[in-house]
Design a protein around this ligand. Structure first.
Ligand code: F6R
Length: 619
């Protein structure tokens, strides 16, 4: 949440910072601001989107500063306003900073450390502004104009902070340097030729460099055009490992689509092929580093994630429970810590996260490691905190997901978890001298998955028509059983977050225990029916809705279509027939498009839904 970007080098900083901010807008878009350093620091901020800031900058005289920092905000402390926007400056504008995170004890710091500062020096209601005054105060106390003294002032300040931060700081005593620090919030440094970059996320700077260094926890760096020096809080030099990021530039552009979300929905066949090309081989477990000896010792698997990633986890839960001698549970990362989980070295903890930076998921990971369990991360963002702190990593390789609503990442997560499950099942079956029939069956059909998703995508116009018909619905139910229920949860989440329509996902069999009282001619029920063994039961539940004049929109595989269904459903979208555990993925693609079109018809800002941010780095 909140995006920060910085540049020091030989090019026009404004252009690079604005291009970075645009790419980081998914992290927050309540306000934006930029600080440029020439002789002095010049700060420009604006409430609202990055576009507003750009309009202001366009009217100003060209500033050819070669160094600057910038910020796009997702408000935590203080409403979205010009004053509360970052960057924040010291009273004399000597020091200026941008911050992603929360200073939890800012009132305490204000009262105890800054009581001498006159009230009118503090311009905003933010926690961040306290930090810049604190650094300024210690820089005065240190009384020496040197890089070391400034670094000391930063360290002295941060030692007093409770909370989390990714910070970029400039000071007019150091004309080409940016000081950065991180704790519990992501910060990447991009290495260039006579120029260096920083950002909350590598997508912001991929246009300029692919050589990325992920600043470690509790570390500080001083970035100048020719150098990146990193330190711990005792000012001891620390080594850095540079990652090469090979995502395509087109991946971070809309390439003709109306929105990133639509583009990412349509990218799913490619994402699947890509994942299977890399991972559908006999070395899968070896490549991750998971050894048979270790796998045999595990007695429980915890599957953990938030939002859509949690739904991906639910998809694999019952499959893991199928493995003899193994139990499994799927938990919200935000709840895990408070459930007194039994964690020890015989438990495997799987953390699922697109961004690899979600604060709740990261906290669950750290708890698991502290309790001696091994952690396997299923992550999309290469080099992210979760991927670095986990013992084993499966990269979903879906490419950057920019839209706030997660689509292709979910599909890739489910696929990765299925491939993991199959490999574990196979290895344990071999151990018992058996063949894994299930593996062979599913593996064969996995190869048809991208083709069948393409067929679902081809129905885009038909799905759009259905969306048009129901975009005025005030309330909807999504129902299904078993895996279909999970897709109901995911479909309903998508609709809420981008269309702002209320919908509720229900396990189909639960409808009659209460919610059916709500069904009448105004209520749309979306039925997801892909699982053969429970199809009759879910269809009966839908018929119960129909009998109460409810409206029915059904998603089913071609093989289920019959006269009875045709008579019952007001609208039907058919998906291709394939192995049962893959069918829900196809149904989900239909629901992604449905949510997209409803939101589009209602003229919502699809890539940047209100109140949301892509990467939730606060608990
Ligand atoms: C929903 C959505 C969120 C994320 C959740 C976890 O469309 O995007 O629910 O799935 O915030 O994010 P990651 O996967 O980055 O940990």
């Amino acid at each position: 949440m909140c995006g920060i970007v910085g540049y020091t080098g030989f090019q026009n900083a404004t252009e690079i910072l604005m291009s970075g901010l645009k790419k980081l807008e998914y992290r927050g878009y309540d306000s934006a601001g930029i600080a440029l350093l020439t002789d002095n620091i010049n700060t420009i901020k604006s409430q609202g989107r990055v576009e507003n800031l750009k309009n202001i900058l366009d009217k100003k005289q060209n500033n050819d500063s070669k160094i600057g920092i910038a910020h796009t905000r997702w408000a935590t402390h203080g409403n979205p306003s010009d004053y509360n926007s970052h960057p924040h400056s010291s009273h004399d504008c000597k020091i200026c900073l941008v911050h992603n995170g929360i200073v939890e004890n800012y009132l305490d710091l204000k009262n105890k450390e800054l009581s001498d500062l006159s009230e009118d020096c503090i311009k905003s209601q933010t926690d961040t502004e306290i930090l810049v005054h604190l650094i300024r105060k210690f820089y005065d106390v240190n009384r020496e104009i040197s890089e070391e003294s400034f670094l000391d002032s930063i360290i002295m300040s941060l030692n007093k902070v409770k909370g989390s931060y990714a910070l970029a700081i400039i000071c007019d005593d150091f004309k080409d340097k940016i000081f950065v620090a991180r704790k519990d919030n992501p910060l990447v440094i991009g290495s260039g030729n006579k120029e260096n970059f920083l950002a909350s996320d590598s997508t912001a700077i991929l246009n300029y460099t692919r050589e990325i260094y992920f600043l470690e926890e509790n570390k500080i760096a001083i970035i100048s055009p020719n150098e990146i020096n990193t330190y711990d809080f005792n000012k001891k030099n620390v080594n850095k490992k540079i990652f090469h990021i090979d995502w395509n530039i087109e991946d971070v552009d809309k390439t003709g689509y109306d929105s990133f979300m639509l583009k990412e929905i349509f990218e799913q066949p490619k994402v699947i092929d890509n994942f299977l090309n890399i991972n559908l081989n006999s070395d899968f477990l070896k490549n991750i580093g998971l050894e048979k000896k270790y796998l045999k010792k595990i007695n429980h698997i915890y599957i953990i994630g938030c939002g859509t990633a949690y739904h991906a986890g639910l998809m694999i839960l019952n499959l893991f429970r199928n493995i003899e001698g193994l139990s499994a549970s799927c938990e919200f990362a935000s709840e895990f810590r408070y459930e007194n989980p039994v964690i020890d070295k015989n438990k495997l903890v799987i953390i699922i996260s697109q961004s690899g930076e979600t604060a709740d998921s990261l906290a669950a990971l750290r708890l698991a490691k502290k309790s001696k369990a091994k952690v396997l991360a299923v992550v999309n963002s290469v080099g992210s905190s979760i991927s670095r702190e986990a013992d084993y990593v499966i990269y979903t390789n879906a490419g950057p997901e920019i839209a706030v609503a997660s689509t292709k990442a979910f599909t890739a997560q489910v696929l990765a978890l299925y491939v993991l499950y199959l490999n574990i099942k196979k290895i344990l079956a071999k151990e018992n001298d058996g063949k894994c029939k299930e593996f062979e069956l599913i593996e064969k059909d996995l190869k048809n998955l991208s083709r069948n998703i393409r067929s679902a995508l081809k129905q885009n116009n038909k799905i759009k028509k259905v969306a048009k018909k129901y975009s005025n619905s005030k309330n909807m139910f999504y129902i299904g059983r078993n895996l279909d229920y999970i897709i109901a949860l995911e479909g309903s989440l998508k609709l809420k977050e981008i269309a702002y329509l209320f919908s509720q996902a229900y396990a189909a069999g639960e409808l009659k225990h209460g919610p059916i009282a709500l069904i009448d001619e105004n209520i749309l029920t979306i039925g997801i029916v892909t699982q053969d063994k429970i199809r009759g039961k879910t269809l009966s539940n839908l018929k119960e809705c129909k009998a109460r004049n409810g409206i029915i929109f059904l998603i089913i595989p071609e093989k289920f279509l019959d006269d009875e269904i045709l008579e019952m459903a007001d609208d039907i979208i058919l998906i291709k027939d394939m192995h049962e555990i893959l069918l829900p993925i196809l149904a989900n693609v239909v629901l992604q498009l449905f949510a997209y079109h409803v939101a589009n018809i209602l003229e919502r800002d699809i890539d940047k839904p209100k109140n949301l941010a892509k990467s939730v780095t606060v608990e």
